[in-house]
Structures are given as C-alpha cells and as structure tokens.
Design a protein around this ligand. Structure first.
Ligand SMILES: [Zn+2]
Ligand SMILES: [Zn+2]
Length: 363
C-alpha cells in the first residue's frame, strides 16, 4: 500500500496527514489534509460512520478475562447454507467426524495415483478460495463478511467448506487476528489498519480435503516493525521446514528447524497445535509438531500427504482458549502469525499442493 495518503475532502486531493478519529476507531481508513477541510466535509463524511452491523454487536463473554484487546463480537450470522448437490463430509450433519474417529491410529497412509490426483484438485481449489478471501481484506470489513465471501467461493467450486460444523465449528473459515493463534470464529469484528489477519481455508471436494493458511498484514507490508517481522519469520519457518520434506526424513525433525529459526528472530513456537495428515479425512496421522525435541512418530514416504503450519508468537509460547471453546489466543496477549501448506512427499522431495499462484496476494 502507498504510504502517502490523499485527502478525501470533496475536490481536494492534497496530501493528507489527518485521520478522522471516528473512522480510526471503526477501522475505516479516512484521511484529510487539515482540520478545516475535515470540518467542511463533515456533513457528508459522517454517514460513513453509521455502521448498522456495529451498533447491535455485543461481547458474549463479558466476565471473561481476555488476554489482549480483541473480544468476541456477537451475534454470529446465521448458519450458511450448502446446496444439496454438494458432497458433504460425514460430520456435516451432526458435527462428529465418525470416519476420523474410527481411523484413529498412528499409521500414515500412502496415497495411490488416483487419490493424489484428488488431492491436487482440491488443494488447487483451496488456494483459489484463500486468494479470493485475501483480496477482500481491508480496514472496515468484518470477519463475518470474509466468511461469506469464502463460503460462496467454495460453493461456486462445488466444494464443501471443511470447517463448517466440524466438531460444531459454526463458520466456513477460521479468521485469526493479532493475538489469536488459530481457530478464530468469524463474527462482527471489524478489521483495522495494522491488524495481522490469518485466514485458514479448507475445502472438501470429490472426497478429499485440501488445507492452507496465510497471515496478511493490513497496511504496509514493508513497514519495519515487530508485527511485520513476525509474519515474515512465520513464513520462513514454513519454507525452511518444506525444504526438509523428502522420503526418509523423520517427522519429528521438522520442529528442530522451525524452532531454531523462530528463536533466532526472538520469537517462540506454539506447542498445543500441530500439522496433520490430510486426505479423505480432514485430520489424521501423522501428527506434525513444530517445536524442537518432539517425539512424534513416522518417517516420510512417497505418497504421504500432510500439512506443516507453524504458529509463531511475539511473546510467550503459551496459549489459552476463549469460552467459545475454539478461539486459541496467546496467554500474554501478544501477537501470533501462521502459514500452512498441504504437501505431498514425492520420490525425490515434495510437491506443494497448495502452492501460491503467480498472482496470489500476500507475502
Ligand atoms: Zn491444517
Ligand atoms: Zn488450515
């Protein structure tokens, strides 16, 4: 984004140095050249502030001790509809992933050629959907509006949004802002300039799940500050781990590389959430921790498909969960950033099934 702002006063166009204080609170980007211009334009400008969404929103957990500035902002929008012609995973109706529970073993499946083709297709679709969600991010949009955009993009691709009703998760994407580590529920929260926003998208298409996430900086991505460094470091941690993916690598060794890079940059690694196997099941073996000295089982073999998704924290590595039983936040309220890919182990290395496209937004 350009850092020189232009005054939005009628027929003005001068360089702007002043931000409307009400817009600032609402997360809307509105700049004026000076006080006089701001006053002259007040009558027409103030309509920008009447955000009907915002007026009726409330914190459903008023007695909860939030760890940072972010609070839940309810009511949630009503459950989005998935048309009947779209194939659903087994938990879509009652929230319980029966097939995942039955498969609960540490044995890692190697997929056959047909299954790999299915994974390629769904992962490519998931990438398209993430990019659509990312392009919609701007100050002033709510996380629920992002959910709607992502939900519709899944439906247009004949895909079920995997998070929807998985263990009763109420929405179609996870939106995790600032101190939220993962599993944030889209609600009436308004995205503001300077926020770090993670979108975690998973699609279910033709019997297979494809999963990826990225963290987006709302504003200047070249700004030299700790938040920007955190996001770049999280991405580098994922990239370094991907370089190790090939037949014969121990799953437990990925955490060594990730944690050493995070530490070198002054950050920590979340221990409570891990990468996972993924195929016709949303989550299965292997379990892929991102911290050093873990004892996870398994050796990479051609045909294994799994995610790596390091969550890197500005402060302490400890997490806690909101009373919604989903939103995982840092215990010290400092920020967290994450990137995720779904990967296929090939004969010589790996294929990033959710790879970025030439025009993918973000870093
Ligand atoms: Zn995942
Ligand atoms: Zn994900």
């Amino acid at each position: 984004m350009d850092s020189t702002k232009v005054c939005i006063g009628l027929n003005c166009g001068k360089e702007a140095k002043l931000q409307c204080p009400t817009c600032l609170k609402l997360g809307i980007s509105s700049f004026f050249c000076d006080q006089d211009c701001f006053k002259r334009n007040w009558a027409s400008h103030k309509s920008v502030h009447s955000n009907p969404l915002n007026d009726s929103s409330y914190d459903p957990f008023p007695s909860f001790k939030y760890t940072g500035k972010l609070k839940a902002s309810y009511p949630l929008s009503k459950t989005r509809n998935v048309p009947d012609h779209i194939k659903r995973p087994d938990y879509a109706q009652d929230g319980i992933p029966i097939s995942e529970k039955q498969m609960a073993s540490t044995k890692i499946q190697a997929l056959n050629a047909k299954e790999i083709e299915g994974m390629r297709t769904v992962c490519r679709l998931a990438r398209e959907v993430l990019d659509i969600g990312a392009r919609a991010l701007r100050p002033g949009i709510t996380t629920d509006e992002i959910d709607e955009i992502i939900h519709n993009a899944c439906i247009e691709r004949n895909s079920y949004p995997s998070p929807l009703n998985y263990y009763n998760f109420p929405k179609s994407v996870c939106t995790s802002l600032n101190e939220v580590i993962c599993h944030g529920i889209p609600d009436k929260t308004v995205i503001k300039e300077g926020d770090l926003v993670n979108l975690d998208v998973t699609l279910y298409h033709n019997g297979f799940h494809g999963d990826l996430n990225e963290t987006y900086i709302i504003g200047d991505i070249n700004k030299k500050d700790k938040g920007t460094k955190l996001v770049y470091t999280a991405k580098e941690c994922l990239d370094l781990a991907i370089k190790m993916v090939k037949p014969g690598t121990l799953y437990r060794d990925l955490g060594t590389v990730i944690e050493s890079h995070a530490k070198k940059n002054g950050f920590t690694v979340v221990r409570s959430y891990c990468g996972h196997g993924i195929n016709s099941l949303f989550h299965c073996a292997p379990n892929v921790p991102h911290y050093a000295n873990n004892k996870t089982a398994g050796i990479m073999q051609p045909g294994h498909v799994f995610t790596i998704e390091p969550m890197i924290n500005e402060g302490s590595s400890y997490d806690t969960t909101w009373p919604d039983n989903w939103t995982a936040v840092t215990r010290d309220g400092k920020r967290s950033a994450q990137f995720e890919h779904t990967l296929l182990v090939t004969n010589s290395g790996c294929e990033i099934l959710t790879a970025r496209l030439p025009d993918s937004p973000g870093i």
